[in-house]
Design a protein around this ligand. Sequence first.
Ligand SMILES: C[S@@+](CC[C@H](N)C(=O)[O-])C[C@H]1O[C@@H](n2cnc3c(N)ncnc32)[C@H](O)[C@@H]1O
Length: 276
Amino acid sequence: MNPTPTVAAGPQPASSIRDLARCLACGASLRGESSCPRCGRAYPCSDGILEAIGPLSGRNRIVAAFYDGPGWKRFRPWEQGFLILQGGARKARMEILRHLLIPGRDPARGLEVGIGDGANLDVLPPGWVVHGVDIARTQLQACLRRHPEMTGRLAWAEAECLPFDDATFDACWSIGGFTYYRDHEAALREMCRVTRPGGPVVVADEIPGLHRAGLGHLLGVPSFDAWWLRRLGLDREFVQMVLAFDVDLEAVRTRVWPESSRHRIWHGLGYCFVNT
Ligand SMILES: C[S@@+](CC[C@H](N)C(=O)[O-])C[C@H]1O[C@@H](n2cnc3c(N)ncnc32)[C@H](O)[C@@H]1O
């Protein structure tokens, strides 16, 4: 099978992200302007990245500091090793992206939430017009270096407050990062809101609590797990966040997306929620 994306008929034109944006404060469409025509809130665009973000709090503050700082660079080789063990990055990513693809449909306008440096763009079909948001500005800059064609298609924004009009995209997805989003319920609702009715919305990540298989937990010495998580490159605050995490993501999924399905990915080490 050679799947192509699911979408409305006809190729979608590439749009500047400001043409698609709406005001976070009052909800008015920006209509391509640099400030909200209704309330005047400014939406600067620098280096081809729309700034639609406020002060970060909770897990989002810790996560942004990690991805913007040296921690992610230290940890990245472990992520790459993990993907190799899953049969390679393409295979591991396609386990998730396949839910966005339906044979015989035209190219889509899609939104990747938590786009990072744009690694999924290498795997998606070439006809797709992808836009992206992320809370870590350095990741968006890395995405532009890797994919210059993303200029004008990226926003510095939180999954929980997406700066777009309703039903703007044909498909929306988040791969990696979801587990530690500040507010999972808000993010799931926002991803559905900005996607046209019937368009696929897909969220995937590693299952939380993998560290509980660590020696420290098995021996009843969790501080040992904190130590080796630090050795993997994670920031101290990030490790504390991982060890304290207690959200039941499955309960959130069934409450917010009652029609969705859950898929086992990455040999059981990951989850994938699909809502259509
Ligand atoms: C593990 S990386 C994955 C990047 C990319 N999706 C991929 O598959 O390679 C997770 C990304 O999600 C971003 N992220 C985490 N929490 C977020 C949130 N609440 N809103 C938007 N982006 C977020 C991080 O900054 C990071 O760039």
